[in-house]
Design a protein. Structure first.
Length: 279
């Protein structure tokens, strides 16, 4: 286990300023990276998504060489855990208009791995359907920007410790994602996942599964689906870059078998390094 710790690695001088635009407007991006045996898992994929987000926001980034040096050093000292990378547009005066020549601030924070029960991977989790609807905004869809109030409000909806996640729909009542996860389901040996071109975060594990599904013997269909699609599913599972994959054994009143597809993809992800929770 490691304590939560923080370091500023890019603005070169001070800790977070009260004028930082990340604090005022959520003007920035973040990545949450699992660390196993001193190695930041899928770090290149996280960097690529960070670049995509920076392009959308016209946000300058430190060089890959600089970030890679600091991420690798922090990972080696951490051994096993979680690194959160935050990049903001830096400090500026009042008003929404960004500075013409910003000096971004970059933070690295280290955490221990979340202490989830092993049964979440082995037996599956219980999920619910959230009341909150995720707003559609295609300019921000897919990226991990710092505006997370929808997720904060969605997580406030339940306190039952037996429920591990909440499935969210968008403002048109199409399936979107979990509060902290991406959503997949299985029917007739096909993987289905929501289209995230209007809202939601394109997770690292989600993209890995989409990219590798054919190699692993599956087809993937991405589209807009109502909640009722999950009533017809044979399996449901949830993914993110920290947990890897959790099967869902119950969603509201619907129950699901712990079947072959989730198990097979779990094994594939373990080969990629996501065996940190089984160690």
């Amino acid at each position: 286990m490691c304590p939560v710790s923080e370091c500023v690695i890019f603005d070169g001088q001070s800790p977070l300023s009260a004028l930082d635009r990340g604090l005022h407007y959520g003007d920035g991006l973040f990545e949450t990276i699992a660390v196993a045996e001193g190695c930041p898992l899928a770090w290149t994929a996280h960097w690529q998504r960070l670049q995509q987000g920076a392009a959308r926001l016209s946000l300058p980034l430190p060089s890959f060489a600089q970030l890679d040096r600091d991420i690798q050093a922090r990972s080696q000292s951490l051994s096993r855990g979680v690194i959160k990378l935050i990049v903001t547009r830096g400090s500026a005066g009042r008003g929404y208009a960004p500075p013409s020549d910003p000096t971004p601030t970059c933070f690295l924070l280290s955490y221990p791995l979340p202490d989830y029960p092993l049964s979440h991977w082995q037996r599956g989790v219980i999920a619910r359907v959230g009341r909150l609807r995720v707003a559609r905004q295609p300019t921000l869809a897919g990226i991990k920007h710092l505006n997370r109030l929808e997720q904060v409000l969605a997580r406030q909806e339940w306190q039952n410790p037996l429920i591990s996640e909440s499935i969210l729909l968008d403002s048109l009542d199409y399936l979107c994602e979990g509060v902290m996860t991406n959503l997949f389901w299985v029917k007739d040996k096909t993987l289905f996942t929501p289209n995230l071109d209007q809202c939601g975060v394109n997770g690292i594990i989600r993209q890995r599964i989409i990219d590798q599904a054919n190699v692993w013997g599956y087809s993937v269909v991405i589209g807009y689906y109502p909640l009722s699609a999950l009533a017809e599913a044979e399996e449901i599972f949830l993914t993110n870059s920290i947990i890897g994959l959790w099967p869902v054994r119950q969603l509201g009143a619907w129950r699901y078998a712990l079947a072959d597809t989730a198990r097979t993809i779990q094994r594939q992800l373990q080969q990629d390094g996501w065996s940190i929770h089984y160690a």
